[in-house]
Design a protein around this ligand. Sequence first.
Ligand code: ARG
Length: 463
Amino acid sequence: MAKMWAGRFSKEADSKLDSFNTSLPFDCRMYKEDIQGSLAHSEMLAKQGIISNEDKEAIHKGLKDILQDIEAGKIRFSDGYEDIHMFIEETLTNRIGDAGKRLHTARSRNDQVATDMRLYVKKEIKEIEDLLLQFLKTLTKNAKQYVDTILPGYTHLQRAQPITLGQWMMAYANMLKRDYVRLENTYDLMNECPLGSGALATTTYPIDRFMTSSSLGFKQPMENSLDGVSDRDYCIELCSDLSILMMHLSRLSEEVISWCSLEFHFLELDDAYSTGSSIMPQKKNPDICELIRGKSGRVYGSLMTLLTMLKGLPLAYNKDMQEDKEAVFDCIDTVKQCLEIINPMFDTLTVCKENMAKAALHGYINATDCADYLVKKGLPFRDAYHVIGTLVGYCSKQNKSLNDCTLAEFKQFHPLFESDVYKALDLKTCVQQRNVLGGPSSQEVQRQIQVIECFIKGCEVRE
Ligand code: ARG
């Protein structure tokens, strides 16, 4: 096929150049945004008297027909086009003639691609936010059921202090809430329209950038055309937001993987979300969680691709920027896939409360409470800490827990011990007394749940 710019050259392009250069195989997913941008641009051209109304009508009808035909599968994105922009423009011109050739007046593919990509990213951010809200709902719904479920909390993967499963779930809910806010911030900052920046230096036609900006749903036009065509900060921000989000999903996955092992046995996966082994008939594997943990790597990789691709680019547009697409698209696709599967996987987990309770009985996770007991009786904390340290040493030699000691044994370690120590060491007491803001007590976790529920409602109202 003859190139649109063939006039300038005296030779055909090498076929290897075509396949190396083309972005159509991946940017074809922006066909809707490209058509949307062209509709707004041509509407503005007509209003400003730059093209005639008849041409505009023909362009609009042609573009809408192309959109329909793409969606009905009647048009295939065939080889031989450099990108989605050329594909749509040339298809239009083949169909409607000269009017199609007027569409690109006062525009460049540089501001066109910048606009399409922003429209696409904006739409996808909203979809990811929606998936995040759904997962947040699952987390809060489940947390409500487990505000009283005690398990050991860990530091260094060593049993540390008692927590509740509800609190653990709400910890992840808070991470995902921040992920949502981060995406929303990215959206706000990128919500400006580059259309009208032209190739780099705007245009001599009397275009109305405010008109196209607002008809495409942007807050305002971008301030500077050089920046307009070369800013990809929002792609980096998006991939960074999504990297952090994947890191959260990966940590959650890691815990689910460990907790589903026989060693922990705190959780069991639903059969619908587990996989088997080709050789070991007994196996029930957490492949979903492992894949999520693994896929965080490719999302981080995309972030690095973008940072590296952009760091040496002079102003304004450079073809390197075409590389933004596969990185951004892959991040978006991966995160959506992960959120779509982690939600039902998590929602159908069986919680083995008894195993959690059993694990909480060992490991001296009420040792801090035992020290605090003596503090409340008047001993300075450091002294109490020392007393309980020796008591734990004694118990571990005897292979028993603190609660198994007789009052006489307690008194050997400090005379301040009374019979009320057993109540203080009860794990329920230990958890319920941690009623401080942020803590694991059922009352406090219920409050945390309410905060997230308010957040979810607020987001839904805004949408
Ligand atoms: N496919 C290109 C991209 O994704 C579109 C812009 C091309 N502009 C140009 N001057 N070659 O970046």
